[in-house]
Design a protein around this ligand. Structure first.
Ligand SMILES: Cc1ncc(COP(=O)(O)O)c(C=O)c1O
Length: 487
């Protein structure tokens, strides 16, 4: 069958679509402005899950009805990370300006990556430059905005592998390595590093998990001993990975010492600073991540402790040429310099030469607009505010006889448990899990729980610009109340 009328996906009724758009924006602002009045999260009941069964719609549905479905079945069942009492996992809480930026970026259907003449790439380069300046990383480094720190770790370790392999790895592949390459991190390091080493063909075994000291930082003597042992056994140590803020406890490895050992051993030094890197912008806390600026590569997120909407992470690589060499590939249809010659006079690199993706969303716009709107000083104050809130909560815990702190706070994470005299660890583990579930399911607050040295603790990770001291008062009250009623 042929059709005489040519079609488009643009609205038939622009006026009605405009009215719907205005309503959506008003509703979204109301939603953000009243977060505190709602439960932090609620589970999608079976009828909501059932709603998402079925075949694709054959014919059109009315936009108003689709929006209503969104309001009924999608909006109420979110993770809750924008709520002031969400601290369960390390998550961003979003900004209004960031929301506007996402809308504007999609109004242009903006794509970032290739074509250096596009303004998007100037914005991304500026945001990357701002990250370097804010974090004290060399301005000559290269960088890329990513979909998150998992991608940033992968990109950084690819550059590390190709640089340190000692042969043309891109061409010859891992099977031509004469010696097995090894990498080193603490046994508290993030699981995305394991995924990265697996994807890069090192194999999980090649990632040596080094034990931690009492502060849950990598044990330096154990690290050096393992490198020595590996060399003696014929392995080729290529990379040392430091944590600037571990997921479980916020521990920061001794980054200066790791930089020194990396230099001595001829290893690439990578730092996973997913959230912790941002301590560098709070003048009172900058010292906590000292040495990070010496890394050969640095991975971090802006969708965690810069509070921006998902997704946006970043990777910085000290030697821009090593970064480019790991990824640059130019098919003829993307030959540089033809389409953009003479248009700008600014010689920006094509950003797809610095990562594995060609087309990417315009992640930079929300960062650019929000950082301009708020300024870096205020951001520094917010980071400090979260760190101080962590210490405040730790003091509340220490003052309550029913509660026990797992270990002193090192950054913005507090781990503690409800305890009852005479209860063994196994029963306390179970009880604390029940307390966690109760707080979550009642929508009071969202902690998660982690196991530290074999014991389960409630886990409070504060990367939330909406939390206030009174939220932590309430948390402590509710944990004690729940514990007393369940124990
Ligand atoms: C220390 C650390 N590294 C890496 C990641 C992975 O980041 P993303 O979830 O943005 O991929 C996380 C996530 O929480 C993390 O805490």
């Amino acid at each position: 069958m042929t059709h005489d009328v040519e079609e488009t996906l643009d609205p038939d009724d622009w006026k009605a679509m405009r009215a719907l758009g205005h309503r959506m924006l008003d509703d979204a602002l109301d939603y953000i402005g009243t977060l505190r009045d709602r439960p932090v999260w609620q589970h999608a009941p079976p009828e909501v899950k059932a709603h998402f069964d079925g075949v694709p719609p054959h014919g059109p549905e009315h936009p108003d009805e689709i929006y209503q479905e969104y309001r009924d079945y999608i909006l109420p069942y979110q993770l809750g990370n924008s709520h002031p009492r969400f601290w369960g996992w390390i998550a961003g809480s979003g900004t209004v300006m960031g929301m506007y930026a996402e809308m504007l970026a999609s109004s242009m259907d903006a794509v970032s990556g290739a074509f250096s003449f596009m303004s998007n790439n100037y914005v991304e380069s500026q945001v990357i430059g701002w990250c370097k300046a804010m974090l004290g990383y060399p301005m000559t480094a290269s960088g890329l905005l990513t979909s998150g720190c998992s991608a940033s770790n992968l990109i950084a370790l690819a550059a590390a592998r190709n640089t340190k392999a000692g042969f043309d790895l891109r061409n010859e592949g891992m099977q031509n390595a004469k010696k097995k390459m090894t990498l080193y991190c603490s046994d508290e390091a993030h699981s995305s590093l394991q995924k990265a080493v697996e994807l890069l063909g090192f194999g999980n075994d090649a990632l040596r998990r080094i034990p931690v000291n009492d502060h849950l930082q990598i044990d330096l003597a154990a690290l050096e001993a393992r490198i020595k042992e590996d060399r003696a056994d014929g392995f080729h140590p290529v990379c040392i990975i430091g944590a600037a803020g571990t997921t479980n406890t916020g521990a920061v490895d001794d980054l200066h010492a790791l930089a020194d050992i990396s230099t001595k051993e001829g290893c690439w030094f990578h730092v996973d600073g997913a959230f912790g890197a941002w301590a560098a912008i709070a003048p009172e806390s900058r010292h906590l991540v000292a040495g990070m600026e010496r890394a050969d590569s640095l991975a971090f997120d802006l969708h965690k402790w810069m509070y921006l909407q998902y997704p946006v992470g970043c990777v910085l690589i000290r030697d821009a040429e090593l970064h480019r060499r790991a990824f640059s590939l130019t098919p003829t249809y993307l030959a540089h310099g033809e389409g953009d010659r003479g248009l700008t006079g600014v010689d920006l690199p094509w950003l797809d030469d610095y990562g594995f993706e060609l087309s990417r969303g315009f992640h930079a716009l929300k960062a650019w607009m929000t950082i301009k709107e708020q300024g870096t000083e205020k951001y520094g104050r917010l980071i400090q505010q979260n760190i101080e809130q962590a210490h405040y909560l730790a003091r509340l815990v220490e003052a309550a006889p029913e509660l026990e702190l797992a270990l002193p706070v090192s950054l913005n994470i507090v781990n503690f448990r409800y305890k009852k005299p005479g209860m063994n660890d196994e029963r306390l583990d179970h009880l604390n899990k029940q307390i966690e579930l109760h707080l979550q399911e009642e929508g009071i607050a969202v902690p998660s729980s982690v196991t530290i040295r074999g014991r389960r603790y409630l886990h409070i990770a504060i990367t939330n610009h909406r939390s206030r001291k009174e939220d932590f008062d309430l948390l402590v009250r509710e944990v004690i109340r729940a514990g007393n009623s369940m124990a």
